[in-house]
Every structure is written in structure tokens, then in C-alpha cells.
Design a protein around this ligand. Structure first.
Ligand code: AMP
Length: 224
């Protein structure tokens, strides 16, 4: 089952995708995490991506599509994947349709996590992420047991450069201009399911799991 988690930056896509990964047994494929991995390894793609990420802009479609295509072709994605942060433009959405078609597969559903803008800025500015396993925390909503240390793996927590207030505003602008039109694109395709993402993490997770399990039944993937 191939699912897309769509929503503005700060909607909780990463947190929720990790829950779904465990519940559904499907890999969580996050384009932002892949770019950050390239960056920490010092690859050419990583340095290219950084110039866009630091401004809150989108990395060009061709490199982003190629990176996701390569990721989805790895064996762990043969039964499906939960895509987070991709696609973000109409060209990427078409690119995704093409790459799945080449694999003899198709998208099963798009879970749209709706959160009002005012809430997003507050959420993003309190966000801390594990350098090792990428688990996200929040100073107000989900603090780690020990400040600066990951509960899951003991790794060091850090705040992303692009979670600075001015970059957060740029990312929200880019989201409204380039990514929000995908809501209609997928609605027209009959793939969109909207979930209210403004509640607490647990109730949003329960709502998403319910939708994902309904989609799993349709695609013959058993829900654990
Ligand atoms: P994220 O972790 O999803 O918030 O992504 C962080 C940054 O990575 C974004 O602000 C973009 O600069 C870049 N990025 C992530 N995913 C994409 C994508 N699908 N297309 C273009 N740029 C992306």
C-alpha cells in the first residue's frame, strides 16, 4: 500500500508517519530526511539541497523526483511505503504517478493533515529532532524525558536551521503557493481523505490509523 501524508510544514507528518510505519509495517520515506541525510554525508546532492532548504524554498523537482524514485526502488518499499513531504508540487505528483506505474503499482490514498497556520508557527519553533534516529520532540507538547537527549536511542537532539521564525514563514508561503493545490489534485483523483491535524498527537494518530486501515483493506494489505 502506497500512502502520501500531505499537509503544511509542522502539521505533524513526521510524527504521524512514524506511528503508521510501526502500525502498518511499511517504511516511512521522508524527502526532507533524505536531503538531511545527504547533507550530513556531505554529498553533492546534500550541498545543492542546502542552498534551497536554508531559504525555505523547494529543491528542484528533477533532483527530488530522482531521489524518491531511487528510494522507492529499494527492496523494503516493494510492498508499499508511507511518503512524507513528497510530493510537494504538481510535477512531483505526476512524477510519483509515473514511478509507481513503472513499478506496476498505484497510489492507494492521500491522507491530508489539516492544521491552521497560526498553530503551525508555534509548533515548528518548539521542535527538536534526534540527530541519530530523527525522532521529533516538542518543548511544549512532547518533551523528551531528559532535555537534549532522545528517549528512543539516546542521541543528541537539535533544532533545525529552517525552523527559525523567518524561514518558517517562507516555508508556509511556499506551501500555500506550490503544495496546497495538490489537495484539489488528489481530491479530483478520488484519493484524498482529510483528517483534522489540530488535535493532540494520540487522537490524530487514532484517526489516521482508522483511515489507513480502511485503505489497507481495499488494497489487500492486512492492518496489524
Ligand atoms: P521537511 O523536512 O519535509 O520539512 O523538508 C525540509 C526542506 O527540504 C524543505 O523546506 C525543502 O527545502 C526540502 N524538501 C523536502 N521535501 C521536498 C520536496 N518534496 N520537494 C522539494 N523540496 C523538498
Amino acid at each position: 500500500m502506497y500512502l502520501v501524508l500531505l499537509g503544511p510544514p509542522g502539521a505533524g507528518k513526521g510524527t504521524q508517519a512514524e506511528r503508521l510505519e510501526k502500525e502498518l509495517g511499511l517504511p516511512h520515506v521522508a524527502s526532507g530526511d533524505l536531503f538531511r541525510e545527504h547533507l550530513s554525508k556531505g554529498t553533492a546532492l546534500g550541498s545543492l539541497a542546502k542552498t534551497y532548504m536554508d531559504r525555505g524554498d523547494l529543491v528542484p523537482d528533477d533532483v527530488t523526483i530522482a531521489m524518491i524514485r531511487e528510494r522507492l526502488q529499494r527492496p523494503d518499499c516493494a510492498q508499499g511505503a508511507i511518503l512524507d513531504g513528497f510530493p510537494r508540487t504538481q510535477a512531483q505528483a505526476r512524477g510519483l504517478d509515473d514511478m509507481l506505474a513503472d513499478m506496476g503499482r498505484a497510489l492507494d490514498g492521500v491522507l491530508y493533515l489539516a492544521v491552521p497556520d497560526e498553530e503551525l508557527v508555534q509548533r515548528l519553533s518548539g521542535r527538536w529532532i534526534c540527530r541519530q534516529c530523527q525522532t521529533p520532540y516538542h518543548t511544549l507538547f512532547s518533551p523528551p524525558a531528559q532535555a537534549g537527549v532522545c528517549d528512543a536511542c539516546g542521541g543528541e537532539l537539535y533544532q533545525r536551521d529552517d525552523d527559525r521564525p523567518e524561514t518558517v514563514r517562507a516555508r508556509l508561503r511556499v506551501y500555500h503557493q506550490q503544495t496546497a493545490p495538490l489537495i484539489d489534485y488528489y481530491r479530483r483523483a478520488g484519493l484524498l481523505v482529510e483528517v483534522d491535524g489540530s488535535g493532540d498527537i494520540e487522537s490524530v494518530a487514532a484517526a489516521l490509523l482508522k483511515v489507513a486501515c480502511t485503505l489497507a483493506e481495499k488494497s489487500d494489505t492486512p492492518c496489524r
